[in-house]
Ligand binder design. Structure first.
Ligand code: NAI
Length: 383
């Protein structure tokens, strides 16, 4: 059986620590696919990286893992890589300007693009997680010209999953409530708890930033074998409305009616505030979902028949977003390394307005990296 060569940059970081066990247990590429894992980090993180490699050895993941390489050498890490998971990036420091952060990470992505171009397999599939993820894809793509833009993606799945999780929470709360005063309890009407496969139509559009557009206007739940609109289950259309804001800093609390979109946008900050650490477990799980839907057979895929949110090239999109950007859209994945823009999604007017602002931000970020990298790093409409 052939072995899949997978490189994870930022291998000593928080997300990698949660992601490696998912890969090693066969939950990303399938239990029948052997993986040679390369964990790359920078020299100051070499000791921590070695510690991760020790823990991998101690975890006896032997059935899927065909070896682990912990390295600070890009040539070794990317050699023949068929999948690249790019977590490595520079964190925002207090007082740092957004443009400076974008520039620092653009330099890292330039190196990653060059390494992909020189050492990786030319059909390598890439997911960029490090922020600013869509703009990092542009830089990467311009420095890895042999790679099709369709092979480069970025993670918006965490925001998508956050939205689905909140919708499920509300739907299950509503379904489990008594039908009416004296009308019997949930058990009496045969209530079944809804899971991720019982939700469709959710999508997060635009940039991976606070300008993202989490749209639930087309969401439906599968109840008793039929798809029904979310409002008829949750019973409060205001909560689903994009223009409704939540006063609780992005936290959806039991019994509270607040704006879903704002809650999704604020979820990362809410987890950080509560945990004092970023949301590494859910980010790793979202990466696993993104990759398994895209690259693994249907049996492993998390959402085999549903559209999911994915940051991809805007080239050829049917939604009116300008070409030459990377942006989060609803896509269908076949588990064979291909994806297609999902059909039948029509944004409501408010969402259209918000998406325009998000696209304006993407264009601004593009002009920042173009200036910093020179050489027309991310020429609109190229390739
Ligand atoms: P972290 O700070 O724990 O780990 C980052 C790692 O990258 C560190 O070990 C660092 O040494 C390494 N690194 C820095 N420069 C590198 C380079 N040139 N080559 C290889 N490694 C390098 O961060 P964490 O929590 O693991 O997050 C990783 C990235 O993912 C961050 O940029 C974060 O903002 C982003 N993120 C994106 C999400 C999304 O939905 N797109 C969700 C959550 C996080």
């Amino acid at each position: 059986m052939a072995t899949l060569k997978v490189v994870v940059t930022g291998g000593a970081g928080q997300i990698a620590y949660s992601l490696v066990p998912l890969i090693a247990r066969g939950l990303v590429f399938g239990p029948g696919v052997r993986v040679h894992l390369r964990l790359l980090d920078i020299p100051p993180a070499a000791n921590a990286l070695e510690g991760v490699a020790m823990e991998v050895q101690d975890s006896l993941f032997s059935t899927v893992l065909d070896g682990v390489l912990a390295t600070t050498d890009e040539a070794q890490a990317f050699d023949g890589a068929q999948v690249a998971i790019l977590l490595g990036g520079f964190p925002r420091r207090p007082g740092m300007e957004r443009g400076d952060l974008i520039g620092k990470n653009a330099s890292i992505m330039k190196r990653m693009g060059e390494a992909l171009e020189r050492y990786a397999c030319h059909n390598c599939k890439v997911v960029v997680v490090a922020n600013p993820a869509p703009t990092n894809c542009l830089v990467l793509s311009s420095h890895a010209p042999s790679l099709s833009r369709r092979n480069i993606s970025c993670l918006s799945r965490l925001d998508h999953d956050r939205m689905v999780g909140m919708l499920l929470h509300e739907a299950n709360r509503s379904l489990s409530a008594p039908v009416s005063a004296g009308g019997g309890d949930a058990g009496a009407r045969g209530w079944r708890r809804l899971g991720p496969a019982d939700v469709r139509g959710a999508c997060v559009w635009g940039n991976h930033s606070n300008s993202q557009v989490p749209d639930a206007s087309a969401v439906e739940f599968l109840i008793d074998g039929s798809w029904v609109p979310a409002v008829s289950v949750i019973g409060d259309s205001g909560w689903l409305d994009l223009s409704t804001s939540t006063p609780q800093g992005g936290r959806v609390l039991e019994g509270e009616v607040s704006g879903l979109a704002e809650a999704v946008r604020g979820r990362g900050a809410a987890v950080l505030g509560a945990r004092k650490l970023s949301s590494a477990m859910s980010a790793a799980n979202a990466i696993a979902g993104h990759l398994s839907d895209w690259l693994a057979p249907a049996a492993v895929s998390v959402s085999p028949s549903q559209a999911v949110s994915m940051g991809v090239t805007s080239d050829g999109n049917p939604f009116g977003v300008p070409e030459g950007l990377f942006c989060s859209f609803p896509v269908h994945c076949g588990g064979d390394g291909e994806w297609a823009f999902a059909e039948g999604y029509r944004l409501p007017e408010e969402a259209e307005r918000q998406l325009e602002a998000s696209i304006a931000e993407l264009r601004e970020e593009k002009s920042i990296v173009s200036e910093m990298l020179g050489e027309g790093a991310a020429t609109e409409g190229s390739q």
